[in-house]
Ligand binder design. Structure first.
Ligand SMILES: Nc1nc2c(ncn2[C@@H]2O[C@H](COP(=O)(O)OP(=O)(O)OP(=O)(O)O)[C@@H](O)[C@H]2O)c(=O)[nH]1
Ligand SMILES: [Mg+2]
Length: 521
């Protein structure tokens, strides 16, 4: 082998050693024979320790130099099967299965590789071995029967720590092993009360037993954040002095009152007349396929207000009514001085912002789009006057309560509405619209009080009935009727409508048209 060849071999060997350290040595060396290794090692001027390692590594294989091993005069291919018969540790089935956890342990504690030379088991450990703990100890603790000599090979050179005889010469030792085994297996003892408790090995100082014991499961520690009010379960140990704790109690109390309000509402028993009105007018949340099967054209706006299946008498009434006329916008007022002169009777629509006032005007006249609507509260900001021929004037009022507008502007609307409903001449009725889902709010009561004082006739109209159950529509109507039963200017009954489905619109139209009939031109 020339100089260049020697350098190449040296580099190759260095690679081999590196791989050996990574545990890949077996695979690599399977293609190289022992004598060749010796030569290569000497030629490369390898250190004695590394040479010995190479020797050991190569010694595992019967040198054929071509990657095929010859054992008991037979050619063997592959790695493990070839040493199966010789090996008690690496090659045996039992050891094979046990080598897995061993390999795993290696990651934690040290880098280790097991070698075997002519039936001799040796363990290389490069670092991290506990003092006094040998591979033999380890094997014994694993409870394996070891035939043959087991020696320990430290990083540099060999150091035989312990030898066990094949024929069980060291009986004392084996007794000790048995004792250790017993101690290790006994993980629980009975306490005074007769209950089983786990032995605390750390406390007892039995280091050897501890090292052999399986890794104990970590106890799950649940930390409770005393300031986390989202936690529904309140721990008793949380001190009752934090403001968050106090606020969470307040929340609970608030919820209780809220629940009791709901419970009160659920306890309402609607009168039979209200219930039949709800059913006759198909009020409340309905399934569209139900309506379709009943013959309604659900593609139309307010399908329940189409008159295909109404009797000729009903149709006549609707067709003859004032609502057949074209709806025309004719005035808008921001201040009372801008109100048009009261020429024809007026019906005003008031209520909180977004309750559905403008939508109801469209639904009543079936003239969609004449009055502007929006899902954003506060669209109508002036008092808008619409006329139906010269028979009736419909007035769309700005809403009160929450709206996307400045406070002072909203206050101005409210004042204007109050002035209109309490002073307007020719005002025949105020339809006070209430959202069926939410019921009456304090501002609604304020306006009612004002109309009571000014003796302005008003009628409650429940809107958006299509989003609650029929029974809840009836309950809301009953609740409001009961609330206002002592009021004098209120006009009964409570009307219930849905501008979307058209439910109850015909009934409201009839009520209002009857009102218009008595108006003198
Ligand atoms: N589901 C359902 N939605 C409705 C009904 N009536 C109106 N709406 C919706 O409610 C929203 C408000 O309707 P508007 O008619 O603009 O309400 P408004 O009372 O005039 O509101 P302001 O002009 O802001 O005071 C719109 O998105 C409508 O589509 C109804 O009967 N059922
Ligand atoms: Mg409006």
């Amino acid at each position: 082998m020339g100089g260049g060849g020697t350098a190449a071999v040296g580099a190759a060997l260095a690679k081999v050693v590196m791989r050996a350290r990574r545990g890949e040595w077996r695979r690599h060396l399977s293609t190289v024979g022992e004598p060749e290794f010796q030569k290569m090692a000497v030629g490369a001027g390898l250190k004695t320790s590394l040479r010995s390692k190479v020797k050991v590594s190569a010694g595992r294989f019967d040198a054929t130099g071509n990657g095929t091993r010859i054992i008991d005069g037979k050619k063997k291919h592959g790695r493990r099967n070839s040493v199966k018969k010789k090996s008690k540790w690496y090659g045996s089935d039992e050891a094979e299965s046990d080598s897995e956890p061993y390999q795993r342990n290696r990651k934690d504690e040290s880098v280790e590789s097991s070698l075997e030379i002519d039936g001799t088991k040796s363990t290389n450990r490069y670092k991290g071995r506990k003092s006094g703990e040998t591979s033999a100890d380890k094997l014994r603790l694993k409870g394996k029967k070891i035939d043959g000599t087991v020696s320990t090979n430290r990083h540099k050179g060999y150091a035989e720590d312990e030898v066990l005889g094949k024929d069980g010469k060291s009986k004392e030792k084996s007794n000790q092993i048995a004792e250790k085994k017993q101690i290790r297996l006994q993980t629980r003892v009975l306490n005074k009360t007769g209950k089983k408790t786990r032995i605390n090995r750390k406390a007892s100082g039995d280091g050897s037993a501890e090292s052999g014991a399986p890794p104990q499961k970590r106890k799950r520690v649940i930390k409770i954040d005393p300031y986390d009010i989202s936690n529904k379960r309140l721990d008793d140990t949380i001190p009752n002095n934090g403001r968050y704790f106090q606020s969470s109690i307040e929340n609970v109390v608030e919820k209780k009152t809220e629940m009791s309000k709901n419970a009160q509402f659920r306890a309402i028993q609607p009168s039979p007349s209200i219930l039949s009105f709800v059913e006759d007018n198909l009020l409340g949340r309905r399934r569209l396929n139900e309506l379709q099967n009943a013959g309604y054209n659900i593609k139309l706006s307010a399908p329940l207000d189409n008159i295909l299946f109404s009797t000729s008498k009903e149709r006549e009434r609707i067709e003859e009514s004032v609502f057949r006329n074209k709806l025309e916008f004719f005035a808008a007022a921001k201040i009372s001085s801008s109100f048009p002169p009261p020429m024809i009777p007026e019906i005003a629509f008031s209520g909180r912002s977004n309750v559905g006032k403008s939508s109801l005007l469209n639904a009543l006249t079936r003239q969609w789009g004449v009055v502007r609507t929006s899902d954003k509260p506060g669209l109508t900001q002036t008092i808008n006057f619409f006329k139906l021929a010269s028979k009736l004037c419909l007035v769309d009022l700005p809403g009160y309560g929450f709206a996307y507008a400045k406070d002072e502007v909203k206050e101005a609307w409210e004042e204007l509405v109050k002035e209109y409903v309490s002073t307007r001449v020719g005002l025949q009725r105020v339809c006070l619209l209430i959202d069926t889902k939410w019921g009456m709010k304090p501002r609604d009561h304020e306006l009612i009080d004002l109309m009571e004082k000014s003796q302005t006739p008003y009628q409650i109209v429940l809107t958006k009935t299509d989003i609650v159950f029929p029974i809840d529509v009836a309950r809301r109507a009953m609740q409001i009727q009961e609330d206002l039963k002592k009021n004098k200017s209120v006009v009964n009954p409570v009307m219930m409508v849905s501008s979307k489905s058209g439910a109850g619109i015909r009934s409201l139209r009839t009520v209002l048209a009857n009102l218009a009939r008595f108006i003198k031109p």
